[in-house]
Design a protein around this ligand. Structure first.
Ligand code: NAD
Ligand code: PRE
Length: 301
């Protein structure tokens, strides 16, 4: 059975993308929304993102059968707690957080009576805010559900069908496994991008010369990632600390191995690795997982 009324708490990039996608894919579904930032609420109303922009979280969820928390992972507990006294019986509470085990634990702690089914659409851009969202964001992208072992199959299936209707490919996963996988495929790449852009900027300062001005393809790609939302990424690293530190340790060891190969003029080691990684990229493209690059012209928040 589909949902009749969906409430979105947090109307930034992901919340507004869900709103736009629901409007296109399920125009019969009622949409309400709330954001703690009054300017975002005003903009959401101007854009007509939802049928009703509420002034407080309780009002937003009063008649919802699905509530999706689209706030930074460090704000999930606070956003969830604000709903505790207002959730209709049986409503499913989900989220879109980029880390899962810590978020699931904090939501269950503040909403002990609620049906909580965490989710993570693995789709986004470096932009934030209600203007940055777009309806096709989830098309062909993974959405990973991390239900607890005792979650009701029918509830999980309903949420899965919802994401499928928005164009996503749905996968179920244990929350801890999710956090380990995403630590290497998403969190570490962001940490590396933040670091390399910071290193180049420091070099510019100490050499008192222009460095970033001459950035070409590779570095520019890093600057896009390094432009990502600081609040969101601070929270991800603090809530997925263990897995990120584990992956960082492995990465550092592999980097030292390459450092040694360069120092020893060991071209074969470099060539072999680069050949293997090229094949991985080509495999991803061949499987059609290489969705269109984000539109760099899109407005950022
Ligand atoms: N940006 C991405 O690429 C991406 C992709 C997948 C998942 N996510 C996850 O989605 C969530 C939202 O990210 P986003 O990119 O939409 O961020 P965003 O900054 O664009 O939007 C977040 C919104 O949440 C609001 N907010 C913060 N605390 C709140 C609270 N307690 N109650 C109500 N509103 C509150 C903010 O005012 C803001 O408008 C994060 O958990 C993030 O990890 C992001
Ligand atoms: O393409 C980007 O800009 C993203 O950073 C999107 C990205 C990712 O790492 O793939 C970032 C975090 C989300 O949790 C999911 C998607």
């Amino acid at each position: 059975m589909g949902f009749r009324n969906v409430a979105l708490v947090g109307l930034g990039l992901i919340g507004s993308s869900i709103a736009r996608a629901v409007r296109e894919a399920m125009p019969e579904v009622g949409l309400s929304g709330y954001d703690m930032d009054a300017a975002v609420r005003e903009r959401a109303a101007q854009l007509g993102l939802v049928d009703r922009v509420a002034d407080n979280p309780g009002d937003a969820v009063g008649d919802a059968d699905l509530v999706i928390l689209c706030v930074p992972v460090g704000a999930m507990a606070e956003a969830g707690a604000a709903l505790a006294d207002h959730l209709p019986r049986g409503a499913i509470v989900s989220d879109v957080g980029s880390s899962k085990a810590a978020v699931a634990a904090s939501l269950r702690a503040v909403l002990p009576e609620a049906v909580v089914i965490p989710a993570h659409p693995v789709a986004g851009t470096e932009n934030s805010g209600p203007d940055a969202g777009f309806a096709t964001l989830f098309q062909g992208r993974w959405c990973i559900l991390t239900p607890a072992d005792d979650a009701r199959v029918e509830d999980v299936q309903r949420l899965s069908d919802f994401w499928t209707s928005l164009g996503a490919k749905v996968e179920r996963m244990d929350a801890k496994h999710h956090d380990l996988v995403l630590a290497v495929t998403s969190h570490l790449p962001h940490l590396i991008a933040y670091t390399i852009v910071g290193t180049a900027s420091d070099l510019e300062r100490v050499t008192e010369s222009e460095v970033i001005k001459y950035s070409a393809g590779g570095f520019r790609d890093f600057t896009r990632i390094a432009a990502s939302n600081p609040t969101m990424w601070r929270d991800i690293f603090l809530t997925n600390k263990e897995a990120v530190l584990d992956m960082l340790q492995r990465f550092t060891e592999d980097l030292s191995f390459l450092q040694r190969a360069i120092r020893l003029d060991d071209g074969d080691t470099l060539f072999d690795l680069f050949t293997r990684t090229r094949a991985i990229r080509r495999g991803i493209v061949a499987q059609g997982q290489d969705v269109a690059e984000p539109d760099f012209g899109r407005q950022s928040g």
